[in-house]
Design a protein around this ligand. Structure first.
Ligand code: 13P
Length: 253
């Protein structure tokens, strides 16, 4: 069975004290120890080491960065390298979140480079894709998402792409309280898997975890995650409330 993943994306939220409080609550969780389920917590960069320390005893909880840069090191003020993440023991990084694409002009060509450098330093990329409302209304979402995958991921070998996690996050569902229906999520996830299969074959397509993101909450996670091609979620707002995120973790298949 594919790894089922409850991923939290705190985005640019939490003071140090709030982060500590949230991490203490996750650190106190005692019943999340099954072989195929993990939680991945993408915290703001200043809290990466704190999160690592707080969750060190949690065998199934991992810490993620929300971004990394395309270079190893050098005069790139404000940026974070995959090598730094590796040196801190950070095992996941979000790549290509729609907010990075929109506010920081990240395009698929740049994201392909970020994917390469994350893999080079053995930091698992969680690659985000998903269409805007206008694209959905024009019924072009399948072509659009397939193109995102092709441009940012399909230069990878089969051995490399199985190390990537994909997160489908329709932009119209992010932070809007409007989730894709479970049928819409399943349809797109199946399409993503089919697109992987055409490029790499079914053995590869069957093992890549594809997460759904966009207004996942404690009260809709079970239904969304129960879809056969949905392998968990990438959660924004609801991940800032520990009890709510734990409910979402427990909704994994
Ligand atoms: P919300 O869960 O707040 O809609 O955010 C989703 C998201 O962007 C996660 O990366």
């Amino acid at each position: 069975m594919r790894t089922q993943i409850a991923a939290a994306n705190w985005k640019m939220n939490c003071t140090l004290q709030q982060a500590e409080d949230l991490l203490n609550k996750l650190s106190a969780v005692t019943d999340f120890n099954t072989s195929n389920k993990i939680a991945v917590i993408a915290v703001p960069a200043p809290y990466l080491l704190l999160a690592k320390q707080k969750l060190a005893h949690q065998a199934n909880m991992f810490v993620a960065a929300q971004n990394c840069y395309i270079k190893n090191y050098g005069a790139y003020t404000g940026e974070i390298s995959a090598e730094m993440l590796q040196s801190m023991g950070i095992s996941y990084v979000l790549i290509g979140h729609s907010e990075r694409r929109e506010y920081f002009n990240e395009n698929n060509a740049m994201l392909a480079e970020k994917i390469n450098i994350a893999l080079e330093y053995e930091v698992t990329p969680i690659f985000c894709c998903g269409e805007s409302l206008a694209i959905r209304e024009a019924d072009n979402q399948n072509e659009f998402v397939a193109q995102q995958l092709k441009d940012a991921l399909f230069h990878l070998s089969a051995a490399k792409i199985v190390k990537v996690v994909i997160a489908y996050e329709p932009i119209w569902a992010i932070g809007t309280g409007k989730t894709a229906s479970s049928a819409q999520a399943q349809e797109m996830h199946q399409h993503i898997r089919k697109t992987l299969e055409i490029q790499y074959g079914s053995a590869v397509a069957d093992v890549v975890s594809v997460l759904y993101g966009g207004s996942v909450k404690g009260n809709n996670a079970v239904e969304i995650f129960s879809q056969p091609d949905v392998d968990g979620g990438l959660v924004g707002g609801a991940s800032l409330i520990a009890e709510e995120f734990v409910t979402i973790m427990n909704a994994l298949k």
